[in-house]
Design a protein around this ligand. Sequence first.
Ligand code: PLP
Length: 843
Amino acid sequence: MTASMDPAQIAALQIEDDRTGLSIETLRRALADNLFYIQGKYPEIATKNDFYMALAYTVRDRLLKRWISTTRAYVKNNVKVVCYLSAEFLMGPHLANNLINLGIYEQIRKAVEESGLNLEELIEQEEEPGLGNGGLGRLAACYMDSLSSLEIPAIGYGIRYEFGIFDQEIRNGWQAEITDKWLQWGNPWEIHRPELGYNVKLGGHTESYTDEHGNYRVRWIPNQIIKGIAYDTPILGYQVNTANILRLWKAEAPESFDFQAFNIGDYYGAVNKKVVSENISKVLYPNDEQVQGKQLRLEQQYFFVSCSLQNMIRIHQDHGNSLETFHENFAAQLNDTHPAIGVAELMRLLVDEHHIDWDKAWDITQKTFGYTNHTLLPEALEKWSINLFGSTLPRHLEIIYEINRRFLDQVRLKYPHDVAKIARLSLIDETGDRYVRMANLACVGSHAINGVAALHTELLKQTVLRDFYEFSPEKFSNKTNGVTPRRWIVLSNPGLTSLISSKIGDNWINHLEDLRQLERFVEDANFRQQWRQIKLETKRNLANYIQKKTGVVVNPESLFDIQVKRIHEYKRQHLNVLHIITLYNRIKHNPDCEIVPRTFIFGGKAAPGYYMAKLIIKFINSVAEVVNADPDVRDRLKVVFLPDYNVTLGQKVYPAAELSEQISTAGLEASGTGNMKFSMNGALTIGTLDGANVEIREEVGEENFFLFGLRTEEVYALKARGYNPWEYYNSNPQLKEVIDLIASGIFSHGDTGLFRPLLDSLLYHDPFILLADYQSYIDCQERVSQAYRDQDNWTRMSIVNVARMGKFSSDRSIREYCQEIWNVEPVTIELEEYVQSKAGLNV
Ligand SMILES: *Cc1c(COP(=O)(O)O)cnc(C)c1O
């Protein structure tokens, strides 16, 4: 504004800008504007998706204003940035979450209504970006929310898979996988950055040479080059101006055509090169907790890590910094070993491309990386055969050998002559065929190593990473997982949110420990009544959804007993089914027996190549078919398998749960985060002492948690003395009856072979000790039923569960990472008005 402006001009400038204003009228006008000028439609011909897109762009404009202020503040202050490297980000739908974090949910609802539309319908229109398998990818998403909400400078780096996790359909009780075409109607949340591209080399060989100063150097001659292009999605924090970015890489060919091939007339061959290059970011591997030893998977990992590190180096140098201080400006966290190749890649970039000497580069690398381990399952520990690794990344193999040579020299100083120990610590597995061990690379290349729950970290130190713990104990710490209360309470459970806020205000949303204040109301009968009413409403909503999706009618007054998570033998969905059949037998023996009505709800995807997991899905659906149709049951038991479990469905399921099934074999679930989402929404947990269940029980009190099963040490001891499942089968008539009933073919239309592999696994091996835990589980479920009969007391326990969940906010987890691993501080972002003019453009 200048002195020459007259009052009318000044008044005109003060009218809200259509792209940033937050009043209902401005939002309504922006919505109409975007429908015309972005979608090119007018209301009479617009589809629901057009309206959704127009709304999404309306919201995105508000995010971008905050993002620009954020980026400018980061550059100006040369801040230290957390780089969260993850092959998966299971973000869930963006629209409603952004409305909550912007604080404009009600304004938008009114603006949408005034436009003759329904906000809930538009929210449902969004196809969720399913760029993850389960807990690990969802953790990355919760952490992005908390990083922004805590005003920590951060970039999430990953892969923009064209096809995310498959959509699951159930056909005749079996899982069918449908390609996830999440991009087909457009993605309004991302910004394509064609100018932000990096070349990534693959294959070929290396050559050594002496440079003009007489230094020994190596160059890598690849046989293929792929280009990574950035797509940025703004991630706004809750009630702050911080908008960090999620930067996902898409693979392209460096040139659209291979001109040489084109010129010799091989048009198809030329185009094919482009197609092959784009394969790298084509599809997410749908395996949870199981490695996929495919070359393409290694290429995916290297591709996104190389793009990300090159990008970090460019940012650092563009800001005028020297690479010697790289670790002072970046903390890179490895979300499991998927990005662990980053250790060798940063060394290659520093040594080969930027000519920093090895020792200096190694110091920078170790200070930059932290490593989070996510699993104790041996089948999930990544290793790559030397042949595959060397032919894909020949220079990295040399670098890893050199890292290993220097590391093992140190090991030998500490443990001279301990050949076995040296072999276990080596980055190369030489027990048979030779492999590169990615966890070992991550441990050696990081200054910090953490597990994701207290028990998990202890077990890491005692088992898979024991030698590393003994060699460098100072690197180890625990960072118990958390989940964001913005998505998992405020967004998914608005009824509970307003009840809580009516009693204690809304400070708990970003200070979750404040939920403790709810304990003051536990003895308030009126409050308990309201609490029960809200649970009943969420159960009715889910019951309606179940009927719509599966046709099964469930009773909202019955106990909602829910197990939703990836299908895996260690998670023991089939133990849950053994309980259902036990209750079914009880009814068949005495149709008039007193029984607490229950609705058993399952959901979860099986890896397409995991036969047992797929058979478990068929098993659940087969038992459901028989139980639901049996007149003797009189609707007292219902079994439902909800297809296509994902974040969107989770938002409907967790709020409606009364009993949360967390029944993995002790010692195998690293943390779990579903357990936290359930408990935050007032479900009580039936669970083993596994993962974060241990800490949940500690927080809520043992009297408010249904514990069963062997502890980890007892599992180890049982296996050590020789576990024989037949002993349990032969000595427990109730268990025998359940197993025999399955074997009889009653759940498989007389086919006694269908579930034979499942039964054989249980009777002959039972690696996850279902039979050993069976009776303890059944007894515990009986205690659950007894407790449910006293609704008032159940409600007390439910309130206490929620009140004591403060620890499990991802804000707490992120604060611990910031202080103990990343050494980063919050940066308060002021909203800059007229940022366009400050950027040197005339408005
Ligand atoms: C939270 C969540 C998970 C993880 O659940 P666990 O019970 O911890 O295994 C998996 N998938 C989705 C969609 C989730 O929201």
